[in-house]
Design a protein around this ligand. Sequence first.
Ligand code: NAD
Ligand code: 2HG
Length: 350
Amino acid sequence: MHSLEFGSNLKAIARAGAGVNNIPVDKCTEQGIVVFNTPGANANAVKELVLTTLMASSRNLFAGVEWAKSLKGEGDQVPKLVEAGKKQFVGKEIKGKTLGVIGLGAIGALVANDALDLDMDVIGFDPFISVNTAWNLSRNVQRAMSIEELFANSDFITVHVPLTADTKGMFNKQTFSIMKDGVHIVNFSRDGLVNEEDITAALESGKVGKYITDFPNENVLKMKNAVPIPHLGASTQESEENCAIMAARQVKEFMETGNIKNSVNFPNAAIPYTGKKRVAAFHKNVPNMVGQITSAISDYELNIADMVNRSRGDYAYTMIDIENKVNGDVIPGLKEKISQIEGIVSIRVI
Ligand SMILES: NC(=O)c1ccc[n+]([C@@H]2O[C@H](COP(=O)([O-])OP(=O)(O)OC[C@H]3O[C@@H](n4cnc5c(N)ncnc54)[C@H](O)[C@@H]3O)[C@@H](O)[C@H]2O)c1
Ligand SMILES: O=C(O)CC[C@@H](O)C(=O)O
């Protein structure tokens, strides 16, 4: 959506998924457009494919299947050729190996917990872990004190962080040099986390044994020992349905009541909706905004029944329920008055 111009009536965008790097979030914030995602709704789907591909590639399954298919036409010789040729695909078991999980959010925590059940040792790194996820994480997941510690000790590394300015290119020449020889890297997060030129060289030299990625492009397809998956991480019926329902519910709730849940740019804020008129204002997070909005409301001799004010970084969101029955005629004037307050980005009266 980065190349789109947004109309002035656009109120919200919902991403039926986790990553929002395809949405110009900062531009939306400046224009008062709420961006939602659906945290966790596709996490199980991704977890299942991470573990599937981790095991399958450790056993050279993808290459083995391709090779087996190439024997088509060999007639009675196929079983013999299979027995003679299978040694080229001898793999490694994951049991007893160390899996490093970078990012212990919705997906990373599920992967970490289930990898323990597959008898792997699991080491995790997430300096911003949420309390909710921490509660869900098995205490047997070892905590790496630095990402370097995780890199140095993992036989397999799987990454589950958003693509941001901080995480872009986190897999590069320098970080590969810390890793064990032959490490397998699993990337179901975003292509930009990995420096392509550096991983091409690391695969070529054998420093990285396998690169499993959900984000193939022309370069990836040319890389030695890359396993390109066609962005299938979240592609299950269950996940698509979960995401769609969650996205639709969040937008509906916001449009009908102003309440916000799971926004990536607005603060979460909710008060029970009683059907009373509600002023919902998105504004700069500066002093006296609430005072000016309430003063505008009292200029219309309207009484306040309930209110909430939440901030997030440079912006804040205020919802105010009005006690009196509000005559529809006053709404345009009230909206105009509030929108003239310096620092107001968007205003609705619902
Ligand atoms: N391949 C797919 O189809 C697919 C599907 C869903 C999500 N994703 C990608 O996976 C990412 C993770 O999804 P999720 O649902 O687990 O998100 P999430 O928000 O639940 O978890 C992300 C975690 O990364 C952590 N984190 C952020 N920066 C970090 C850093 N520098 N080092 C370590 N940890 C860091 C956060 O604290 C958080 O716990 C998404 O942002 C998206 O890009 C891909
Ligand atoms: O839309 C999809 O199929 C994938 C979504 C996924 O990449 C996400 O970030 O949630």
